[in-house]
Design a protein. Structure first.
Length: 326
C-alpha cells in the first residue's frame, strides 16, 4: 500500500489497519507517525508472504522430481534378485546403530528414584515395631488333644440321703434309692403309698426317731433327686428321712440323713470375749500411732511402752505378764 493512499485515511481507519496487520503503535502517536508505521508494517508482511509462497512452490517441485526418479516395481524386483545371487566375498561386519538423544530428551530433568532408608535409621524403626507387636503377643497356640471326661453317672447304686445348710433359712437335700428296694417296700406297705421326705426339727434333743420337736412332709416324685427346703428357723437343727407315706398317715422310714444345724442370722450376743494380742502385733498396730501423736522418736516409744507394761496400764489380755527375775 502506497503512502499517499494512507494519508487519505482518517486516524481511526489507520489504527484499525495497524491492528489488522499486528502493528503496535505508541500511545499519543500522531497521524504522520501512524502512516509511517503502517506503511512499514504492511510492506514487511507482504515480503514475508512472498517468501512463504516461494518456499511452497519449491517444496512441490522437489516432490514431483522425487516421484519421477523413483524406480518402478519391475526394476526394483530385478535389483533385489541380483543382490541375492551375488556371492559374498567376505563376512560383512554387522553395523551398529547408535541412537542419538532426541531433541525432546535433551535438557529434561531425570526421573526421581525410590527413596531408601539407611540401615542406621531403619533398625530403630524396626525395633519400635517389634516392641509394639510384643505388647499383644500371647505366645503360640498349643494344639492339645481334647481331654475326654466321663459324664457324671445318674446314680451310684447305693441308698443314701444327705442334708446340708445353704444359708440361715434354706437347706439342700439330695438322695438316691434303689429301684429294687422301692418295689420291695411298696409290695407289702401298699402300692398306693407315696415317696416322701419327712424333715424333723431335732433342736436340743438326742433324736431317736420319735422325740423330734416338730416335723413336716414333702412329697417327691423321683427315687434319685434333690430338693431345697425353706425352714425359716436359723440356729435350729434338722434331720430328714426318705420313706413311704400311706393314705392313712402311716410313714415307713427307709433312709435317714445326717443332722445339720442352721447358722445364725445376726451378730453374736457374746460380748465378754478377750483376745490375746502378741507384743509384735501390738508394735505394728499401735507403735506408729503413739509416735505420731506425741512426736516421740522410736527409742522414746520403746521406753514408753516398756514403762506401761511395767505399770500394768494396759489391758491384762493385751500382753503376757513379765517373768519374775530369779
Amino acid at each position: 500500500m502506497k503512502k499517499h493512499d494512507l494519508l487519505s485515511k482518517t486516524v481511526a481507519e489507520l489504527k484499525a489497519l495497524a491492528k489488522k496487520h499486528g502493528i503496535s503503535l505508541s500511545t499519543g502517536a500522531k497521524k504522520a507517525d501512524i502512516v509511517k508505521a503502517v506503511a512499514k508494517g504492511v510492506s514487511g508482511s507482504s515480503k514475508s508472504k512472498g517468501k512463504a509462497s516461494v518456499k511452497a512452490v519449491r517444496t512441490s517441485q522437489a516432490r514431483k522430481t522425487a516421484a519421477k526418479m523413483k524406480p518402478s516395481k519391475r526394476t526394483a524386483g530385478a535389483t533385489r534378485t541380483a543382490a541375492k545371487k551375488k556371492p559374498s566375498a567376505s563376512k560383512q561386519k554387522p553395523t551398529v546403530k547408535r541412537s542419538r538423544p532426541s531433541a525432546r530428551s535433551v535438557g529434561r530433568t531425570p526421573l526421581r528414584g525410590t527413596w531408601q532408608i539407611t540401615a542406621a535409621r531403619e533398625e530403630p524403626l524396626r525395633a519400635q515395631e517389634r516392641v509394639a507387636d510384643a505388647k499383644y503377643y500371647t505366645g503360640t497356640v498349643e494344639q492339645r488333644p481334647s481331654a475326654r471326661f466321663d459324664p457324671l453317672t445318674h446314680e451310684y447304686g447305693t441308698d443314701r440321703i444327705a442334708l446340708m445348710a445353704r444359708d440361715p433359712y434354706v437347706a439342700f437335700a439330695y438322695w438316691e434309692l434303689l429301684q429294687a428296694r422301692l418295689e420291695k417296700e411298696r409290695s407289702w406297705f401298699g402300692w398306693d403309698s407315696k415317696l416322701c421326705v419327712r424333715v424333723y426339727d431335732v433342736t436340743g434333743v438326742l433324736f431317736d426317731g420319735k422325740n423330734a420337736q416338730a416335723y413336716f412332709d414333702q412329697e417327691v416324685y423321683d427315687r434319685v433327686g434333690s430338693w431345697y427346703f425353706d425352714f425359716g428357723r436359723p440356729m435350729h437343727s434338722f434331720c430328714a428321712d426318705l420313706g413311704l407315706l400311706a393314705p392313712n398317715g402311716r410313714f415307713l422310714t427307709m433312709i435317714r440323713s445326717n443332722a445339720v444345724t442352721m447358722p445364725r442370722d445376726g451378730v453374736s450376743d457374746v460380748m465378754d470375749e478377750e483376745w490375746l494380742l502378741a507384743d509384735e502385733d501390738f508394735m505394728k498396730l499401735y507403735g506408729g500411732s503413739v509416735s505420731g501423736a506425741g512426736g516421740f522418736s522410736s527409742q522414746q516409744v520403746q521406753e514408753l511402752i516398756s514403762q506401761r507394761r511395767m505399770l500394768k496400764i494396759t489391758s491384762p489380755g493385751m500382753f503376757s505378764k513379765p517373768k519374775a527375775k530369779k
